[in-house]
Design a protein around this ligand. Structure first.
Ligand SMILES: C[S@@+](CC[C@H](N)C(=O)[O-])C[C@H]1O[C@@H](n2cnc3c(N)ncnc32)[C@H](O)[C@@H]1O
Length: 405
């Protein structure tokens, strides 16, 4: 199957015990490599890693998310909380129901809805609680994921479809309600930097003999300034050789989101740390991580378009960007604490109709995975912002760690 030298080169990058991509996937990845090489040539020999990551994930028709390669779930590349357990989305729905209570015609906007699982479970629970939003908007960049979401919602909550709308861009009219984003911040393209003899260098992507390679070059001015600010916050310089990421899109992205929320709450759920932990000396190789068929590794230059590329989230940067955009930081907590505070155990108890049954044991196991510190409970965090919204959120009733930011 891997007949051409270029296809062989691509396949040779895969470790021996990894499953091979099929012929169509190899062809699509090679086309993407060609486009990336053209962008590298047009830029004079190298593109920033953020541009590379954008192309690898979102290049129309070929990127990991935009080309249909993204595979969620057990047989795919990774599993997210909504796929792991319906209790995740149902607990979130309890929090949403509180927030929507005082609003006449609330709207929920979900960013990057993946398979549509969270939307389906959340809407079903809100229907049970009689707190349905007047509209559920989904902003999704990937055409293939949008189709998957439509299929999921059609199958799971057909009666609610008239309320659901897919958007290509943020709504023009500000609304009252909620914005939800699970594992979306980690997919925003990042720049990579390295400290060398007190200088800030950028790790860019170039090419050599038809292969994508790393190129170190002086960091552009805005990245220099961003790293200087990080070091100032940390109270001293990062050590020599230190390599990490910075997300330049975060601030403008949150500012445009803030503009569409007239009144209400935004919830961001993702893996990440407050700044002092994110840029901890021990994390000297950064937090970039790639997922290919449940193999997590750190080489984003292999298999473009066939693997997910993500970076952990600097939640201090998210808090700063949100408050700079005029939002109020309402809370910050590890996912485990947030879910327990929002009533996860009550839902578990209700769902365990036959204690000891296989179904009940499975649910209990899911709750452990969502909440235990060694699983998703501590690595994942929940951050909430509000606008013109005073009520305390039940998710932060057990823990609110804004002081760590
Ligand atoms: C890791 S997946 C998470 C999917 C889903 N929320 C879940 O938890 O299963 C990332 C999702 O974010 C979407 N995405 C990435 N950047 C986005 C952006 N700027 N706006 C909206 N969606 C985005 C991707 O297309 C994908 O659906």
């Amino acid at each position: 199957m891997v007949s051409t030298p270029r296809a062989r080169m691509l396949i040779e990058q895969i470790r021996r015990d990894w499953p091979l991509p099929d012929e169509a996937a190899v062809e699509s990845s090679l086309q993407l490599v060609e486009r990336i090489m053209a962008a590298i040539a047009a830029a004079g020999g190298a593109i920033g890693f953020d541009e590379y990551m954008r192309m690898a994930l979102y290049e129309p028709g070929l990127g990991y998310y935009s080309g249909g390669s993204a595979r969620f779930g057990k047989g795919g590349d990774f599993v997210t909380a909504p796929l792991l357990s319906p209790l995740f989305s149902r607990t979130l729905a309890r929090q949403c129901a509180d927030c929507l209570e005082a609003m006449a015609q609330p709207v929920i906007l979900e960013l990057g809805a993946g398979t549509g699982e969270m939307a389906a479970e959340l809407l079903a629970e809100l229907a049970t609680l009689e707190r349905l939003p007047s509209k559920y908007l989904i902003l999704e960049l990937s055409g293939s994921l949008r189709a998957q979401q439509q299929e999921t919602l059609q199958r799971r909550v057909p009666e609610l479809l008239p309320r659901i709308e897919w958007l290509d861009r943020l709504p023009e009219q500000p609304f009252e309600g909620m914005v939800l984003a699970n594992e979306v911040l980690d997919a925003l393209p990042v720049q990579l930097f390295r400290i060398r003899a007190g200088e800030v260098l950028e790790l860019a992507v170039g090419q050599e003999d038809g292969r994508l390679v790393w190129i170190e070059r002086p960091a552009p001015e805005p990245l220099q300034r961003a790293v200087a600010r990080i070091q100032e916050d940390l109270g001293g310089p990062l050590p020599d050789g230190y390599t990490s990421e910075y997300c330049p899109r975060l601030e403008p992205w949150l500012a445009s989101l803030a503009e569409v929320l007239r009144r209400g709450v935004m919830l961001f759920i993702d893996y990440g740390y407050p700044r002092a932990e994110y840029y901890h000396p021990q994390r000297h190789m950064g937090t970039l991580i790639c997922h290919y068929r449940h193999r997590a590794h750190s080489d984003p230059l292999i298999l473009p378009g066939l693997q997910d590329i993500t970076a952990f989230v600097d939640f201090t940067a998210v808090a700063d960007a949100g408050t700079a955009a005029g939002l109020e930081l309402l809370g910050f907590a590890p996912q485990g604490q947030f879910l327990l505070g929002a009533g996860l155990l009550d839902l578990l108890q209700e769902a365990m109709t036959e204690p000891g049954s296989r179904e009940s044991l499975l649910l209990a196991q899911q709750v452990k995975t969502l909440t235990l510190p060694g699983e998703m409970g501590e690595r994942f965090k929940v951050m909430a912002f509000g606008r013109d919204f005073a009520a305390p959120l039940r998710g932060f009733s057990l823990a609110d760690q804004r002081f760590r930011l």
